[in-house]
Write a protein that binds this ligand. Sequence first.
Ligand code: AMP
Length: 447
Amino acid sequence: MTTDFTDLPLDHRILKSLKTKGFEKPTEIQSLAIGHALLGKDLLASSKTGSGKTLAFLLPALHRVLREKPLSRKDPRVLIIAPTRELAKQVFLQLKWLISSQNVTATLILGGENFNDQVKALKRNPQFVVGTAGRIADHVKDKSLYLNGLELLIFDEADRMLDLGFADELKLIDHCADHRKRQTMMFSATLDSAELHYLTEKMLNAPQRISVGEANAPHLDISQYFYFSDHLDHKIQQLEKLLESTDNKQVIVFTATREDTDKLSKHLSEANYDSVALSAGLTQSQRSHIMNAFSRGQHQILVTTDVASRGLDLLNVEWVINFDLPKHADEYVHRIGRTGRAGNLGNAASLVGPKDWDSFKSIQRFLTQTIEFSELPGLAGKFKGFKSKTAAKPKTVQKTKRSNKKTDAQAPPKKRVRTIEGVDVGDAPMRRKPRSASMDVESDEEE
Ligand code: AMP
């Protein structure tokens, strides 16, 4: 495996930017992907959140733009599509930093923003276009974006785009960029879903498959805690107790709905916490304002839904608290991946009430681990999970935490529950119906 960026045949200008930034060693996904990408191969790669996958595709893309003649002077050379506005923005920020001292142009095309302004920006013939799937497809249909000369098509978190219902848009983009010389890279948390398989068969040409740590492998830099909760008030008390142990470090609190983010953040502000919410009904620029303020460390707590669980690159977040569990198990991995980034250590706490039980079970199955619950002093939950019909005998549950000194010191006081009477924490089928619509996860994708 490559241990130094200089071992990779990257353009010297790129190596210089990396050095200036203090990036010396490629991460695992970078050292595996970049070499193949530089050879012009199609890639199908899975990599954990926070593992450096953005540069894994941006570095070879920029190398190509700097070193090779364009197929067209007008059309973009590289198109990067991401599932959410936040993620697209994060990719764009890394790209802007990378090209800041080069004569390379790029534009960001997001849903929810002025279409005509984007048309004008596209008329300036940027070499890189980064954007969200729906709006990019709109520009293709509108003929404000031509992809005949596209050299590199990159799908970031392709599985998520399929989950959000963008298969048709992706197919349209693929179709319009169907050039013999096009190279395609697809990144996805999971590589084996049937829908993704259909897409990869059509869009990728003999791809090199790269898998760095499965999406459901334990995230060793993050200590995970689970607490039983009885009801809303109980959750609020537990949240406040957890916040006491965060030592004023930055925290992201996830709720199930945007309406809940407002209520909870208001409650925290009244309790003298420095909290902001990415709430319902905010305009794109208000949301960006809040995100920027939080990433500059101007607030301690950000209350949000899953819109922020991807794409947020905040190295100072030490705690993620799931006030409600996400509906989809892979979303849990992405949420907690907002902490423990780029080699830092982080903590994730999840409050598991009766409404969260189905989600908890699917998270446990997804992580393929048994999970041990902790207790907050004086706030132990009476709820202990629903019994499974098939639970023949109680099993011992273990915690998912990696022992590490730093997080042990910061960990909230906890008493381990060794056994949950009558609860099958293994592979028992789910008994209850899926959760109600009010628990639905919202997406920030474009209109
Ligand atoms: P990503 O998984 O692409 O969202 O990247 C997560 C974080 O790791 C970002 O803050 C990157 O700037 C940072 N990062 C990416 N590659 C490296 C590297 N080779 N060395 C140090 N940090 C990196």
